[in-house]
Design a protein around this ligand. Structure first.
Ligand SMILES: [Zn+2]
Length: 95
């Protein structure tokens, strides 16, 4: 049972800051490792629900982490993917 909890008007209000970030976990489709990115909740809703561009919704997080949110592919795998694609391009040695 909760009674009235009155604050005296002059008392400083110190309340815990509500969580404003959320942890997003994605499985990399290439290496199948789970990666977690912490994003601002506000930005997440802007991106997911309001259709903001990800770079506008999350200006504070690195490009690699934004890629992770979009595709799930982590930076290490991107590097390997690009190296692979560049190899493919030059297919002299292709089997
Ligand atoms: Zn990966």
């Amino acid at each position: 049972m909760k009674g009235y909890e009155r604050r005296s008007p002059g008392a400083p209000v110190e309340e815990p800051v509500p969580p404003t970030t959320m942890m997003i976990t994605r499985e990399c489709p290439i290496c199948h490792i789970f990666h977690t990115v912490q994003v601002p909740t506000e930005g997440w809703f802007r991106w997911k629900r309001e259709g903001w561009l990800i770079q506008d919704a999350f200006p504070g997080i690195p490009k690699e982490e934004r890629e992770l949110l979009i595709t799930g592919v982590d930076d290490v795998c991107w590097q390997q993917l690009w190296a692979y694609l560049e190899d493919e391009d030059d297919d002299d040695d292709a089997a």
